[in-house]
Design a protein around this ligand. Sequence first.
Ligand code: NAD
Length: 487
Amino acid sequence: MHQVQLAGLTVDTRHAIGGERVASAETFESVSPIDGAVLARIARGGAAEVDAAVAAARAAFPAWRDLGPRGRGEILHRLADLVERDLEQLAQLETLDNGALLRSHRRGVMPRVAHNLRFFADWAVDELHHEPFETRGHTNSISWDPSGVAALITPWNAPLMLATWKIGPALAAGDTVVLKPAEWTPLSASYFADLAAEAGVPAGVFNVVQGYGAEAGAALVAHPGIARISFTGSVPTAKSIARAAADNLTPVSFELGGKSPLIVTDDADLDLAVELAVEQYDNAGQVCLSGTRLLVHEAVAEEFAARFAEAAARLRQGDPREESTQIGPQIHRVHLDRVAGFVARATAEGARVVVGGGANDELGGLYFRPTLLADAAPGSEILTAEVFGPVLTMQTFSSDAEALELANGTEFGLAAVVVCGDRARAERLTKNLVAGTIWVNCFFVRDLRAPFGGSKKSGVGREGGTWSFDFYADVKNTVYAPSGWKE
Ligand code: NAD
């Protein structure tokens, strides 16, 4: 009764704490966004389960720390092997649970899950060093020491990919982990705990507590026994976590929302601009990095809008398990209503629907049509708040200075896309854009060596490469004197 068969896998619905499966008195439903089917009833954890998980992670910490980067790396590579062994089933499981395209889970997301583990395992062994330097004959030696228990809190839009983006570096750094997955997508993390055990991750090193944010999540981030909090999610939740973390002065890393601009200059390759703009509907718009505000030079705006509308009309919306589908459902009824609310308020305030504009009535369920809105009032909600659905806006500009003012004119600073035909002009634009990641004439080219994070309200800190270890580890400087030695 604590296990369900899904996508050819046996998924345990209980927490994974200290190498054991632990049930809770209460459960919550995991519902598929594809057809509303109840996939499983998941253990609903709270403070007691969090206490047990943190205690298990603390007990497991010294041995994991002392294993060193090579020993930990071998285990993480075995875990990546198991992800690759079960890649097809994991892809199907994730699609059932969060409704994202099966073909992208197969070809992009699950391979990236394995890569997240391998990359940070290898980085800890091969790259994590700093040249010693001398101070008046004394030698400074810098090391990255494991810091303790890392609390990881993740959202639903890319559940296992975003979880392993944290689990990989945390475990490679020598920390032990308590993961609280999003309540709308609990399944892949639960199965991953079994893979971790099979790979030889010692009991207590990797723990999963399932449950709601206000219960399990809040108890975890307030726990005095944790050393780090890495959170990916929304700004309001981050504020609440920051308040909880303040009591224990627990260091936080926040990867938050965005309202990123996609700038199209008048010398841009318009075919490329349209192609990149349509890509912003990926994952049915449920991507933090999406360039949802199309800022188009007035000289090319009309042509761009016409070509964009044609390309958007060709997008195939439907069951995310079909190979030909390009846009799947929204994650949940609550979220669909939220997205619809943004569009309704924007049109009520005078925004013009260029494409889409509402739920896909032919498909029913949780499908929202890819939408483009123009002529929204400056400063209005639709131009400033994160929708996190397949809803783009278009504004025009007449000078690069105006483009920059519009681009930087929100409280977010996660990403930006620039489509421009002139290298020097693109460099002037990127220099003045406030964003953690900027793509020029491309989108979503990600390298784990690169820093990743958001400026302004889009985040706190950076992860990726050594930046991840700077967060998960205690970075230490040891100064050796030239004298005082007996030899
Ligand atoms: P959310 O903030 O509602 O929830 C995220 C996680 O936090 C969930 O696991 C939730 O249970 C937990 N949580 C909620 N309240 C909590 C509390 N009080 N204490 C501790 N944990 C709590 O976000 P969401 O709706 O799941 O995700 C969408 C958001 O995530 C969007 O804003 C999106 O932009 C952002 N996101 C950012 C990135 C990035 O890398 N910057 C990536 C993906 C998603």
